[in-house]
Design a protein around this ligand. Structure first.
Ligand SMILES: *[C@@H]1O[C@H](CO)[C@@H](O)[C@H](O)[C@H]1NC(C)=O
Ligand SMILES: *[C@@H]1O[C@H](CO)[C@@H](O)[C@H](O)[C@H]1NC(C)=O
Ligand SMILES: *[C@@H]1O[C@H](CO)[C@@H](O)[C@H](O)[C@H]1NC(C)=O
Length: 522
């Protein structure tokens, strides 16, 4: 092992011949001892041997290694094996001493990972759509550079390592936790991504209108990553920072919250929940939210809505007791309404088991295109919110089972298809497909600095550090990413969009009939 900072996982090379390794649970420590004389690389055990202490394998092909020379060796045997979770430890004392990122990143060769035959969730198909503008041309340096004016940073991935050039700090810690997330992806699937660079814009709104580029005489859009898009723009959507934590509002990493939400749902069964539509958030950020506030209950009216303004200043003083999301699943209906663009709150609302009343959205993020109206949520009109909510709640309170099952379908979707493993797989497939479009080899500019988990977490403090440690990927996974589903062919994509639109129309016609009847009887 080359001094402290080398964290390498790999097999055979430079570790003495034969290398029969004794593998047990406390393996890291063991290896640190047994391998300390080796020079470049450490061997990381990948499998727990069941029923025997020795496991070796035939290296008949050269797995791709970075930073090490690969040499064939011939060892054999087959034993029952069980995948072992490999932990790549952080070494902040080492990092503090040298200021250098660990020099080699491990590889688990394909054969060592049990192949995951599972097909990715349906919404992954939108990756094909998002990258379509460059499908025929590929991606050139010139295209990427044109994304620079609005980008907060450029991240270069080269030989499995990350290099960051910051142009402008983002709002709060959006950029920090986005970068942290990408580093976790590299830990989970080391050596599996091609070389590429991304321009990332952390601001809410998409900025690349299609009509600016659709003219054939015009140049190509720059590939620009951000958290949300809409039907009129070419921006590429990427999971937002909140999946790794949002310290400014005390939002924990998604993996933890998802578990808490699951537990929270058990606390109050659907029927025992308040039979009203609940919303809590910041109404100031968008006109449409202020419009929603008009539907709040008062002495004069009851649209079945119970709406609350979130006061983050007050919440933070009081220790966020009232903003705890898992204890906000107390109503049968929960309203989702966009803020200045998409809102990170959508996944928390959908995860509640309550029926989500979704005010017509204008933006999508990476997973919301997988939502189906009336199956996962109830569509609410944007321009007549109060009447729409009143009808939805009345409908749900007279169709308990159906309403509950829509709520359940949404929380299942979130729990199963938007769990952290799939968030990483989405990032993996998006970046992998994106990288394959590259027509040049990116290089690291003089302004870029190497980024690694140590360079981020060792100097972090407080909640930031806590969330980073909680969302740290322990080490390379032993399963392959899910299998990408094929692109939509144009007729089936068209049919899908039409089906969704038809369901929304259906609800609107029920709603109109309901109000006609109300007017007659009143
Ligand atoms: C590394 O340095 C940071 C300050 O830069 C300090 O907060 C942290 O405790 C140090 N970690 C170790 C393990 O020495
Ligand atoms: C971490 O770095 C220190 C200082 O270089 C070194 O002594 C130690 O062995 C390293 N620990 C691990 C677990 O790599
Ligand atoms: C909505 O009405 C409830 C009940 O009167 C009240 O507590 C709440 O503050 C109101 N919400 C807003 C945003 O005014």
């Amino acid at each position: 092992m080359r001094e402290n900072n080398v964290v390498v996982i790999q097999r055979e090379e430079n570790c003495g011949s034969g290398n029969f390794r004794h593998l047990e649970d406390g393996i890291w420590v063991l290896l640190m001892k047994s391998m300390s004389r080796s020079t470049k690389v450490l061997v990381f055990p990948v499998f727990l041997i069941v029923g025997a202490l020795v496991y070796t394998r035939m290296l008949d092909t050269n797995p791709t290694f970075f930073g090490g020379t690969s040499r064939k060796s011939t060892v054999s045997t087959t034993l029952t094996r069980r995948p072992l979770t490999v932990t790549v430890p952080l070494n902040c004392s080492g990092y503090n001493l040298t200021g250098a990122c660990p020099s080699i990143i491990k590889i688990r060769s394909d054969e060592e990972r049990s192949s995951s035959s599972a097909t990715c969730p349906e919404y992954f198909r939108w990756i094909h759509e998002d990258l379509r503008p460059w499908a025929h041309t590929g991606i050139t340096r010139e295209m990427v550079e044109r994304g620079r004016p609005t980008a907060n940073f450029k991240l270069v991935i080269l030989n499995g390592k990350a290099y960051l050039e910051t142009f402008q700090k983002s709002f709060q810690t959006r950029d920090v936790f986005t970068l942290w997330g990408i580093l976790q992806l590299l830990r989970k699937y080391p050596g599996m991504l091609p070389d590429f660079e991304i321009m990332f814009d952390c601001v809410d709104w998409p900025v690349l209108p299609k009509d600016r580029y659709n003219n054939a005489a015009h140049q190509h859009p720059p590939p620009l990553f951000r958290y949300c898009g809409n039907d009129d723009t070419f921006d590429i959507v990427f999971p937002d920072w909140s999946f790794w934590g949002w310290p400014e509002v005390n939002l924990k990493p998604w993996e933890i919250l998802l578990g808490e939400l699951k537990e929270g749902n058990k606390r109050t069964s659907w029927l025992k929940r308040e039979p009203y539509a609940f919303w809590k958030g910041n109404p100031i950020v968008a006109e449409t939210r202020q419009d929603l506030m008009k539907c709040n209950v008062s002495d004069k009216q009851d649209w079945n809505a119970r709406l609350y303004a979130q006061d983050w200043g007050k919440e933070s003083q009081e220790g966020y007791k009232k903003s705890d999301l898992a204890s906000q699943c107390t109503h049968r209906y929960k309203v989702y309404i966009e803020g200045s663009a998409w809102s990170v709150s959508e996944k928390y609302i959908l995860a509640c088991d309550s029926l989500t009343l979704l005010v017509k959205p204008h933006y999508y993020d990476f997973f919301t295109r997988g939502l189906i109206p009336v199956h996962h949520y109830w569509p609410i009109k944007e321009d007549d919110k109060c009447k729409s909510i009143k009808f939805a709640v009345d409908w749900g309170n007279t169709h308990n089972q159906k309403a509950h099952s829509i709520g359940k379908a949404a929380s299942n979707f979130i729990q199963e298809e938007v769990k952290m493993d799939y968030v990483y797989d989405y990032m993996y497939h998006l970046l992998n497909s994106y990288g394959k479009l590259f027509r040049y080899k990116p290089s690291v500019s003089a302004n870029a600095v190497e980024l690694c988990v140590e360079s981020m977490v060792c100097k972090a403090e407080g909640l930031e550090k806590k969330f980073m440690m909680e969302s740290l990927v322990k080490g390379p996974t032993n399963t392959n990413p899910c299998t990408m589903p094929p692109p939509y062919d144009p007729p089936s994509l068209h049919a899908l969009l039409r089906r969704k639109e038809a369901s929304i129309q259906q609800v609107q016609s029920w709603e109109e009939r309901y109000w006609r009847k109300q007017n007659i009887t009143s």
